[in-house]
Design a protein around this ligand. Sequence first.
Ligand SMILES: Cc1cc2nc3c(=O)[nH]c(=O)nc-3n(C[C@H](O)[C@H](O)[C@H](O)COP(=O)(O)OP(=O)(O)OC[C@H]3O[C@@H](n4cnc5c(N)ncnc54)[C@H](O)[C@@H]3O)c2cc1C
Length: 224
Amino acid sequence: QHRVGNGFVYASRHLSDDEAVASLRAGLEGEPLAEPNLIRFRTGHREQFWRGNCVALGLAAGFMEPLESTSITLIQTGIEKLLALFPDRDFDPALAGEYNRSTTLEYARIRDFLLLHYWANDRRGEPMWDQCRDTALPEMLAHKVRLFEAKGHLVRYEWESFHDPSWLSMYAGFDIAARTHDPAADYFSVPDLQAALARMRESIGKAVALAEPHDSFLAGYGVG
Ligand SMILES: Cc1cc2nc3c(=O)[nH]c(=O)nc-3n(C[C@H](O)[C@H](O)[C@H](O)COP(=O)(O)OP(=O)(O)OC[C@H]3O[C@@H](n4cnc5c(N)ncnc54)[C@H](O)[C@@H]3O)c2cc1C
């Protein structure tokens, strides 16, 4: 690799372009190799992703934000859903209806996961972050947070792109703690848990030993 990509995401209502460029430059490891490229975005998605014989994928469908980088996964799941629902020449509207229903849910679940990053922040006295903390959470997200606080329960809805480990990292990283643990956890003794973890470590180790090293994988494609 011959260069490191750097980005800086900011809310233009709270920071000028010049201030953002200065912060970006201040954080670079070495000399800049190019001028910063300003990309503006407005978050949202289409009301209808599939209409008649036309399906919107990628940026044509919507955009959330760059930090958790969900655009490519949305393209991938969009293609999978399209294949699963692929129409004949009659274009039954029920197929488009299901595509639109599930894709709308998928965007909403990603929105909730992203919103948690901003709502749970503890950067007090900074206008943008104060405003984010005051945001009213959608009820489905508020329900999730309440369940986790109650006993560490991780709620999973239909069409979640982010799975339990991602939600757990968010709660742990933001010091959102469970008030108590699940009583079922008391059935396992510490030695039982240690034995289970040792088995997991062993099977992960076996998988790693069989995997091709990264360098030789890249070399197979003439890079590295
Ligand atoms: C720096 C950067 C880093 C990113 N990192 C990630 C990441 O880590 N993970 C992730 O999921 N996403 C990431 N994204 C977002 C993701 O790459 C884009 O959302 C995705 O590539 C969009 O694909 P698309 O096909 O919808 O649009 P595009 O890739 O923009 O394709 C649109 C195409 O249409 C062409 N076009 C435009 N107008 C016309 C016209 N009038 N006639 C004909 N052709 C036209 C364009 O030339 C282009 O080829 C990143 C984006 C950027 C900019």
